[in-house]
Design a protein around this ligand. Sequence first.
Ligand SMILES: [Cu+2]
Length: 371
Amino acid sequence: MNSRSPAPVPAPVPAPVPAPAPAPLAAPQESAPDAARPRPPPPPPPAKCSKKNKLKRKAWHKLSRKEKKNYIDADLCLMGKPATLGLPAAANRWEELQAIHQIPASITHGVGAFLPYHRLHMHAHERAMREECGYTGAQPYWDEPLDAGSFSTSVVFDPITGFGGDGSGPSNCITNGPFATFQNNLGPGYWTNTTHCINRIVNDTVSLMSGQPYVDECLAKPTYLTFWPCLETAPHIGGHGGVGGLMLDPIASPGDPIFYLHHTWLDKIWWEWQAANLPARLSDISGQNTAPPGGAFPPPDPNALPLFFPPLEAFPPFPSLVPPPGSPLPVGDPGNQTTLTHVLDMLGVIPSQTIADVMDIGGDLLCYEYV
Ligand SMILES: [Cu+2]
């Protein structure tokens, strides 16, 4: 199903000219013809995903203290690693993962690629932690219905074992926990990119939209075309608006490490929906590639459960979802219909993939399960 190659493959090397017998004093390396240069080793064959090697993604509240610490240490490790890709304002590896959300935000929200894009983004984060910071666990998720209506007392905000608590003071900066001193260089919004703290304005009322009735409403939808806008509305806004502050910035929200727990939760719901009708839902993708005018979120369904929209004045006004003129934007699909061949551009942070590559979480690319 991987019609695109997942990783840059070295260009084919011309057939080597029969080499002369090894000479004791070879010509200096730089003057050797290309064909005579040592070849890079071929990339290892992709590991086959099996029940045994699937990463087990667990709920945050079920992790041991040690597992929580390992996860947070891996985030801190990424924050301490230099950036190498030249993405605007990204000063460390962790912010490169934020930049791949910020730069294409207008074509990854309010569109059919919303869920596939965020699935791959979660994988990019999990993979960076494991491959670059020695993390051996999987990406955990926030089981949000447990805390719906009472985010302020959630274990995720524990200052010792979690991500630190609510913000305070004029800028609503968080004041405790492992990220209290982190200075984030991206956002707010597009390209404004000023250095700021991680801030939060926890809102228990808005967090009601993370409740089980909203999840169940979405799980009952018959098609991706109705499921995805449902999920992007209440459960999605419940997490972003319930935490508030940076998390409520639709463009730069991965500046708060909680983002990854929230979007992994949404990914779990999507997988639950897919798993309820396999294999049909491994290829059910649809939607538009351009967000509707007026914002990323689809209009609320008048027959749906009540929506508690976050107080927009609690954060500097949302930047327009339209990126500044001249911004380079990757193109996912020709035309305005989201298809399986839609390219999810990771801007070099990890290899880009197609939507087809991420439809199955138990495929060779992703290879994880929710437990
Ligand atoms: Cu997003």
